[in-house]
Design a protein around this ligand. Sequence first.
Ligand code: GDP
Length: 322
Amino acid sequence: MTLAFITGISGQDGSYLAERLLAEGVEVHALAHALEPPPEAPGVELHRGDLTDSDEVRALLVDLAPDEVYNLAALSSVARSWEEPDLTARVNGLAAAALLDSALLVQEKQGRPVRFVQASSAEIFGEPDRSPQDESTPVRPVNPYGAAKAFVHHMVDVYRHRELHAVSAILYNHESPRRPDHFVTRKITSTAAAIAQGRADVLALGNLDARRDWGWAPDYVDAMVRAARADVPRDYVVATGVGRSVRDFVAAAFARAGLSDWERYVVVDPEFVRPADPTELVGDATLARTALGWSPTVGFDEIVGRMVDADLRQERSASVRP
Ligand code: GDP
């Protein structure tokens, strides 16, 4: 039986990945901080611990001897990475490097391959001079979050040279109703639903012109599993190839919520404008499509629709509660 180890289990991707692996009959173990809520997916073996405590994590990994390691844990907010660049570097950078090293140790002790997937990010490309980006685009981050992810992206390559089956999955923005509110998509869909129900009257946003490539989170989890199990370890851009602006997302979400005049409700608040924000991040996933047989299954309008519908359901059930 395959044994998988996941960090970042309480996040959007962690929950989808755990469900996917459990459905396949994989034994799923996960690391969660003492303060993290328990995972949504029943059946996950939870280990309480701190990812930045490398000795503790190494001992756990040696003990479990997993076949697959998925490193999804990270401080996920680019905006917050400006407030806490050192913590971002420790969690998103150093802890991941230690985990790679522990995976190699397990491989050497066990004498069998360990497959390691690093959830990397389009933010490693910073303000790229070409669009769409692919695996050959220069790594040149413009914020602390991207810089920490870029360090690990390079470390994956370093450990691949040590014969670890290590993969950097360069994930573009990927969304679902499980996305937390500090991401712009969920902030938009939950506020649009609240406005439609008369429970809010304004949506304060930052840069409406930023263009992102928004995909469906379970598809991105599928790409990571395929990359873990491919014959050859490589890095993959995981993206839909279609760029939309934040403004496009707002218009689509408000329309879905039954509000045709979104301009009435949206204000730009400098608090949400970032010091450095890539203008356009759009990925070319040709390699993932050809080498992994992967393709996105849910398009932009459907993603927006599913998120708004879920938030409208939540709003309606909140409003009937006494
Ligand atoms: P990220 O790409 O992983 O940082 O995902 P986000 O959903 O947080 O941000 C996506 C884009 O939306 C970025 O270009 C942000 O600058 C932009 N954006 C505009 N207004 C907001 C806002 O109010 N909150 C967030 N989180 N992002 C915003």
